[in-house]
Design a protein around this ligand. Sequence first.
Ligand code: DX5
Ligand code: ZN
Length: 218
Amino acid sequence: MKPLIAPSVLASDFANLQSEVEMLNKSQADWLHIDIMDGRFVPNISFGFPVMEAIRRYAQKPMDVHLMIVEPEQYIEQFRAAGADTITVHFESTTHLHRTLQQIKATGAKAGIALNPHTSVHLLEDVIVDADMVLLMSVNPGFGGQKFIENTYRKIESLKNLIISRNSKALIEIDGGVNQDNAPLLLEKGADVLVAGSFVFSSADPLQTIADLKSSSN
Ligand code: DX5
Ligand code: ZN
């Protein structure tokens, strides 16, 4: 199975957002990955609703929204209204995760759970059947362009086992430091969706880089 590719708009040229989104429309990207940072859950601030809505006006692909914010339950409906197709909240950021997942699904969006590098996948045992996706952070969230954390491979294996044992349909998404070198092993371990920011947007030919990631195989 080919992986789904979700280029992270965070690494794009914000002064030329329209042409960046049009490039992604033409590319083999499956989703647009949208990183929302609040300066509290993570030590960085990215962008919010007006920028997301501007992206939505041009995007012809689903928006995969990754909320790196405290108390995401306060903003779920607004993110859906701004065009989110999938809404992923951090396990570490919301006290009543089960309720938050139901809240996301009630808007009609798919519901994802993100885990920081230090958070064990075993903590998802009792909620994995309620998730449409689990996003494993393979860097500490907050910034693009960081180095991939190797322990991620082991986490994918444990997560895959958990998903199978609980009969869950959750997809596994990997976010942070993904490139052509680590993609094959990520897929071999069981990743379904690859997020890539700087690897795509810093490359000489982003269209080709996305095509190469799409055809990576284990
Ligand atoms: C990091 C974000 C990532 C980031 C990935 O906090 O969640 O989505 O944009 O960027 P790269 O691929 O450059 O690590
Ligand atoms: Zn992200």
